[in-house]
Write a protein that binds this ligand. Sequence first.
Ligand SMILES: Cc1cc2nc3c(=O)[nH]c(=O)nc-3n(C[C@H](O)[C@H](O)[C@H](O)COP(=O)(O)OP(=O)(O)OC[C@H]3O[C@@H](n4cnc5c(N)ncnc54)[C@H](O)[C@@H]3O)c2cc1C
Length: 475
Amino acid sequence: MKTIDVAVIGGGVVGALTARELRKYHIDVAVLEAADDVAAGASRANSGIVHAGFDAPVGSLKAKYNVLGNALMAGVCAELGVPFSRNGSLVVARGAEEEAQLQVLLERGRQNGVPDLEIIGRDRLLELEPHMADGVTAALHAPTGGIVCPYGLTIAAMGNAMDNGARLFTGFEVASAQQTKDGWLLRSATGQEIAARIVVNCAGAGAEYVASLFGDAFFHIGLRRGEYMLLDRAAGDFASHTVFSVPTKAGKGVLVTPTVDGNLLIGPTSVEDEVYSTAVRRPAFGEIKEKASWMLRDIPFGQVITSFAGERAYCDRHDFILEWGKENVFHAAGIESPGLTSSLAIAREIAGQLAKRLGAAENKDFSPFRRSMHWLKELSEAEKNAVIARDPAYGRIVCRCEEVSLGEIRDAIRQNPPARTLDGVKLRTRAGMGRCQSGFCQPNVFHELMKECGLRAEEVTKNGGNSYIITGGEL
Ligand SMILES: Cc1cc2nc3c(=O)[nH]c(=O)nc-3n(C[C@H](O)[C@H](O)[C@H](O)COP(=O)(O)OP(=O)(O)OC[C@H]3O[C@@H](n4cnc5c(N)ncnc54)[C@H](O)[C@@H]3O)c2cc1C
């Protein structure tokens, strides 16, 4: 078996961007992902905020990579065709006690190197966000705060890494590691093997277990679930900034934010978990509504179209772990918020260290660019007509809510990393993410997956594993 240079364990945003950065050198890299697609963990279900960087403790790795990652985000999104908006954020205070907290955040932010922070009074606040609740007296305004699509960034980064020669093995849950004379032999739970000189642990909630496979036990990962309500695009212009309340020990609290796709997102809660879970509890709705209403009035809760949850993988050190463990094993663990914001800065740090260790030269053939996954809707009418004349599949709308064409569904199945499930198509194209929540488009996407991937109806899944759509018959 050929020993590759680097195996990255985990296809979240950190693993995907690390693979992409590694391909900027002559480094042979493979990403090993336990699930059937990338962006299966925290990178799939989070707030999508590109934090300004005033929240993390001064001198922490979180502060360093947050501020750096924020500055890098617009550039990488432009290269990868991922929507990003620097919409600015507001931390709102109600009364003197919370206003004192704003001063603390302002000072911390300045020490962390966050530009343009200011505390504003209620009048200015109402100009920025007219729906401020009556009790809100002041806010910390951070114009460098932004929003991004977290799974869009992960998929695009992995796709661009693959277009530049990286490999992705899905359904590869690393279950054992054995040291060899050249590095490590990794085995999956189903018996696949891959040998690598260096291993990078980007396994998110699974990072402590993965570390233990190499005999490393110097950190503990805890789980804290965050539940959300997502509102229809009809409510998307309710707020233009990301609005937070003053943070607590349990995190940044409930926020209200527009998404890059034009929805309104409200959450997350904070629930300690013993076992990994992305279920949404019934009481979460009341809690989210109550906390959001402390900040903004008349929130159009009647426009909720779905709910979801993501699991935070926090570390007992309460900072990122970016460290070498056992020989040639690098751990990128405890990457909780602001991990999405920091992801490219972290990936560059890892790739730089690995390139040095491997003595790898720069890859001058690397192309950083990738077409947007939503390129059709970005065209003028004349350009669209020309595309449709060449391939009528781009003129057949499959998802009416999000206006996704058959041609784009086919692109999602054919391009890197290929979609193999209904959710895979949904994350790449938005088919099924609209008001009807896939009631109209699902049968068509289902049929296209069968045709393009050569699957029988009983083999099509929602998101891999046993999530079959048609059950009860003989396979
Ligand atoms: C509720 C919530 C809100 C958040 N909000 C924000 C925000 O607004 N802004 C921000 O900057 N950050 C935010 N974050 C943090 C951010 O989402 C994470 O820091 C980031 O997604 C971590 O990426 P990752 O690649 O390290 O981990 P993940 O995305 O979790 O990826 C880890 C991957 O490893 C795979 N894996 C696990 N074990 C194995 C194994 N044994 N073998 C192979 N593969 C394995 C998993 O399947 C998974 O795909 C939030 C997180 C949550 C949960």
